[in-house]
Design a protein around this ligand. Structure first.
Ligand SMILES: [Ca+2]
Ligand SMILES: [Ca+2]
Ligand SMILES: [Ca+2]
Length: 297
């Protein structure tokens, strides 16, 4: 599909969409701060932006597939996202994550193919943007922080299932904490895992994204999983439109948050599926190692 909106939707949904546009036209004026973006340059710089200075991770190579303008670097006023800089990958245009929220249907159709891995999770996908990172960690677990945002919220939930995933050595680790459920439009919204969902259709936050996942205090999202220490591992960070190429979705990755350690916040632990992979004993050993590092500091 070449157009900039979905195919016609049922009357009741059209009505909701019109109503929402009117409702937040004034509310958006109260939002403060901003998200700024700059253009994607090259895959290695992009991948290295995720590392902190003291990281035990070495990035050996990286490649990017997707529209050049679908991705870029961002900086953000504090209070919009849980972090203030990083990289953003979208299924449309990077500039569409900037605010204010003046439209319920910001959309860029790049006319690109989807991603087979994402299609396996969420059904047919299009306009995929994929960053593949080949890296060597020092320790046997990695984690990083992210926020998912989309224009599909709320009116296209259960209609257009935009999706993203972090395939770590082939396994998706972008899951609702404590579950094996992938983070997508249909899986996290006002009705499903609402504690992780921020409804921005009233324009409370200065970003065009109508809904954000992973920005609520106490419900931040970290992807974490087991890796093979000392040898090369592969992570594919992928996002795509579901169903057609319209209405953008974005995934924000926090600068410096890609570490070979458990997530930094109390209570932010790896997914249960990860426990099976790492094994309870190595998790305990890792925790003990980390406590020792803290004491030494
Ligand atoms: Ca698109
Ligand atoms: Ca919007
Ligand atoms: Ca979409």
């Amino acid at each position: 599909m070449v157009g900039d909106d979905h195919m016609p939707i049922p009357m009741n949904l059209s009505f909701l969409k019109t109503t929402a546009t009117v409702l937040f036209a004034s509310a958006a004026l109260s939002a403060s701060g901003q998200i700024s973006t700059t253009a994607y340059d090259n895959a290695m710089s992009f991948a290295n932006a995720l590392l902190s200075g003291s990281s035990g991770i070495t990035i050996n190579s990286a490649s990017y597939t997707g529209a050049t303008n679908a991705s870029g670097y961002f900086t953000s006023t504090s209070g919009i996202l849980p972090f203030t800089s990083g990289i953003v990958l979208t299924s449309g245009s990077r500039t569409n994550v900037q605010g204010l929220n003046t439209s319920t249907g910001i959309s860029t159709s790049n006319g690109l193919a989807g991603d087979a891995g994402l299609t396996a999770i969420a059904g047919a996908t299009y306009d995929a943007s994929v960053l593949e990172i080949h890296f060597t960690p020092t320790n046997s677990v990695i984690s990083f922080q992210y926020v998912f945002g989309s224009e599909e919220y709320n009116e296209y939930v259960d209609h257009y299932n935009d999706v993203f995933a972090f395939f770590l050595n082939g396994l998706n680790i972008a899951l609702v904490p404590g579950t094996s459920t992938a983070v997508s439009i249909n899986n996290v919204n006002l009705g499903d895992y609402p504690q992780y969902y921020y409804d921005n259709t009233t324009g409370g936050l200065p970003t065009q994204m109508d809904g954000l996942v992973g920005r609520n205090l106490g419900f931040y999202l970290y992807a974490s999983g087991a890796v093979n220490a000392g040898v090369e591992n592969v992570m594919r960070i992928a996002i795509a439109d579901g169903g057609d190429t319209a209405l953008d979705s974005a995934v924000f990755l926090a600068a410096g948050s890609f570490i070979d350690d458990l997530p930094p916040l109390p209570g932010a632990v790896p997914e249960p599926s990860t426990y099976g992979l790492i094994g309870a004993l190595s998790l305990l050993a890792l925790a003990a190692w980390r406590r020792k590092q803290v004491r030494k500091a």
